[in-house]
Design a binder for this molecule. Structure first.
Ligand SMILES: *Cc1c(COP(=O)(O)O)cnc(C)c1O
Length: 409
């Protein structure tokens, strides 16, 4: 028996939100034409030492360390600074710091806004390496971490807050389990006790405007859609308030966090086509998610634009579009081994971590997942899909073959 696919959210045209970014992204970060002409794209400049004609000039430039200006290679390079301006505009913030990976964006942001004796609240659905950093590393410096259920309401959240809570961290939707969070509520709770709200906005790039919803610090793994071709590792941290920029920039300088010129250049290039890639990938992912939800071998699909996704109402209220990454939970009775055999047999979906590239991927969810709270744990065999730029009919046919080989009790 086919289940009826959910149609409630079809009033929002998936992929249309990205189209609104197309003009901005096509023009952002390009060279301004000089009188003698210049290439469209900026040059890559590699370097460590920056030389000056006089000591006075060097000292004057040193005072520009907070201004996205060239001071020393470890404090940024011209392409990095251009990328920082583009990401700040895309996220709707004032200043961006680019760092060497998406994970470093999470860790540098936490180090910038926490000190020994502080309390950190992480959502239970947080990206695994962020959890690991808090539990293994921050704990050694006297930062206490608690894990709150990602969809906790105000009263439940209050029970997790402590007098020394300095950061509430959010990730919406959550890694692997895709719970969409109530960001304005989290912002109110944080600001009510003088804490900051940090958001890992990687899934929501371009689709969720963090600063209009009360976020103080927005984190991006540029590795994903911005770079977009599975060939770059890079991250970004964006803030809105001058005092947050001072704290973030100081931490980045003190930690030696920066982005290599080649990685920044490839990311600037990737951004030029991000709107068209994402529009296509978001449409294909939504179509595939709806089709999978109708299949008897599938118990549920965790795609924020589907009403069955935990926190769908927050997606509908706060997001302009969806992304191309979602989760699938198979029907009871389908074993982990049968699921893995199916994933192994897919022709167009490679097996691999990361996402946001042009290529389709699958990754088993169950097995490596850590959760403090039972809620949200997939009950059956589960996996994650990253939808690439292939034709959606081909992707669906690949899954039709795979699902047909699964025995459903
Ligand atoms: C991939 C990812 C990161 C880490 O990015 P890397 O560049 O791979 O280090 C952080 N947060 C989220 C949500 C991610 O998906």
């Amino acid at each position: 028996m086919e289940k009826t696919p959910s149609s409630e959210s079809s009033e929002r045209i998936i992929g249309a939100g990205w189209q609104k970014l197309a003009t901005f992204l096509t023009h952002a970060g390009r060279q301004k034409p000089e009188r003698d002409g210049s290439f469209v794209n900026p040059p890559i400049e590699r370097g460590s030492t920056v030389v000056f004609p006089t000591v006075a000039d060097m000292e004057a430039q040193g005072a520009q360390a907070y201004e996205h200006e060239l001071v020393y290679g470890a404090m940024g390079n011209p392409v990095q600074h251009e990328l920082e301006r583009v990401i700040a505009a895309l996220e709707g913030g004032q200043h961006t710091q680019v760092v060497n990976s998406g994970l470093a964006a999470c860790t540098v942001a936490l180090l910038a806004f926490l000190k020994g004796g502080d309390h950190l609240l992480l959502p239970d659905s947080v990206y695994g390496p962020t959890r690991r950093f808090a539990v293994n590393f921050l704990a050694r410096f006297g930062v206490e971490t608690s894990f709150y259920p990602p969809r906790a309401n105000e009263a439940e959240l209050r029970a997790y807050m402590k007098p020394h809570t300095a950061v509430i961290f959010a990730e919406s939707p959550g890694s692997h389990t895709f719970e969409v969070q109530d960001i304005p509520l989290l912002a109110r709770m944080a600001h009510g006790v003088g804490a900051r709200l940090l958001l890992d906005n990687t899934w929501g790039i371009g689709a969720f405007q963090p600063f209009t919803h009360g976020v103080d610090v927005s984190i991006q793994a540029l590795t994903k859609y911005p770079a977009g071709h599975a060939d770059v590792i890079l991250g970004a941290i964006t803030v809105q308030k001058p005092e947050d920029w001072r704290a973030l920039r100081r931490a980045a300088i003190e930690l030696g966090a920066c982005g290599a010129p080649d990685e920044c250049w490839l990311t600037l290039r990737g951004l030029k086509t991000m709107a068209v890639r994402l529009a296509q990938q978001a449409r294909s992912a939504y179509a595939l998610a709806q089709w999978l939800e109708s299949r008897p071998e599938v118990a549920c699909v965790r795609h924020p634009a589907l009403p069955s996704c935990p926190g769908h109402a927050f997606w509908k209220r706060d997001f302009q579009d969806a992304s191309g990454l979602f989760g699938v939970e198979l029907a009871a009775g389908i074993t982990q081994e049968a699921m893995i055999a199916m994933l192994d047999g897919l022709k167009l979906f490679s097996i691999g971590a990361s996402w946001g590239g042009y290529e389709s991927l699958v990754l088993p969810t169950s097995g490596g997942l850590t959760r403090h709270h039972e809620e949200g744990f997939p009950s059956g065999a589960a996996f994650r899909i990253q939808v690439g730029l292939e034709a959606v009919e081909d992707l669906q046919a690949d899954f039709a073959r795979g699902l047909a080989g699964l025995a459903v009790k």
